[in-house]
Design a protein around this ligand. Structure first.
Ligand SMILES: CCCCCCCC/C=C\CCCCCCCC(=O)SCCNC(=O)CCNC(=O)[C@H](O)C(C)(C)COP(=O)(O)OP(=O)(O)OC[C@H]1O[C@@H](n2cnc3c(N)ncnc32)[C@H](O)[C@@H]1OP(=O)(O)O
Length: 201
């Protein structure tokens, strides 16, 4: 197997766009670079402003099909004493990579996500994240991300690559728990988000 490219059940290279993948195109109505993207769902663990247990990650539109985000590691995020839990860092990367959909105006969920932990991230650190789309192939959206310590030019602490798979709104209405689905559909702000993704609720 030496030198072979890792493959998966999809038959292709897992995390890099396959030959013939389309170059991602920023949607003409995507928010201007620097615009805060807000939350796609107020109870989201990654970005929800009403989620008291969440990461409260704040993402902004970047250049091209990219985003930037900040996440500050709090004591509740520890794995080892004084250091961020790896799974929490993966969540922050997942959320940042997911935010790229705002620029494509597509709803997609994480299919695969690979993370490289380059350095430990102490509690109190603000992680400066950026992510961009690297290719689109059918319903598969390929993207990559990195997180830097303390500033956008700080040392790299984490890197990730992912494949998101485009879904319809029914993905959530059919699979989610009825009480949260109802509350979300009753919330006018949620409808605005869905419209921003060009999906009919
Ligand atoms: C009520 C109101 C709600 C409002 C909400 C609206 C706003 C929301 C906005 C944005 C939401 C984003 C939320 C962000 C949160 C952060 C991101 C997360 O953490 S998401 C959670 C973790 N992920 C999952 O829970 C996925 C669980 N998995 C699945 O549901 C399925 O497996 C899914 C959808 C990923 C694929 O299932 P299939 O049946 O649709 O897929 P098939 O038709 O077989 O494949 C389509 C293509 O995708 C590839 N594919 C399928 N699964 C793949 C995978 N796991 N990895 C890579 N490729 C995969 C296949 O090979 C195929 O490719 P070929 O067309 O043949 O080239």
């Amino acid at each position: 197997m030496s030198g072979a490219t890792a493959t998966d059940s999809t038959g292709g290279s897992a995390l890099t766009p396959p030959p013939g993948a389309e170059t991602p195109v920023r949607h003409p109505d995507a928010p201007e670079p620097g615009t805060p993207l807000g939350s796609h769902y107020e109870q989201c663990f990654g970005c929800g402003e009403a989620q008291s247990h969440g990461l409260h990650l704040e993402a902004r539109a970047g250049e091209g099909v990219g985003v930037t985000a900040e996440f500050t590691v709090r004591p509740a995020h520890q794995g080892a004493p004084g250091l961020a839990h790896g799974g929490v860092l993966v969540s922050a990367l997942d959320e940042t990579l997911g935010s790229v959909q705002w620029l494509l105006r597509t709803i997609a969920v994480t299919g695969r996500l690979e993370t490289e932990f380059v350095r430990p991230v102490p509690v109190g650190t603000t992680l400066h994240l950026r992510a961009h789309c690297t290719g689109v192939s059918g319903r598969k959206i390929y993207s990559s991300a990195e997180g830097r310590i303390g500033s956008p030019d700080g040392p790299v602490a984490v890197r990730a690559r992912a494949v998101f798979v485009e879904v319809q709104l029914e993905h959530f209405t059919k699979n989610g728990r009825p009480e949260e689905i109802k509350a979300a559909l009753d919330n006018p702000d949620q409808h605005k988000v869905v419209r921003a993704f060009e999906v009919n609720p």
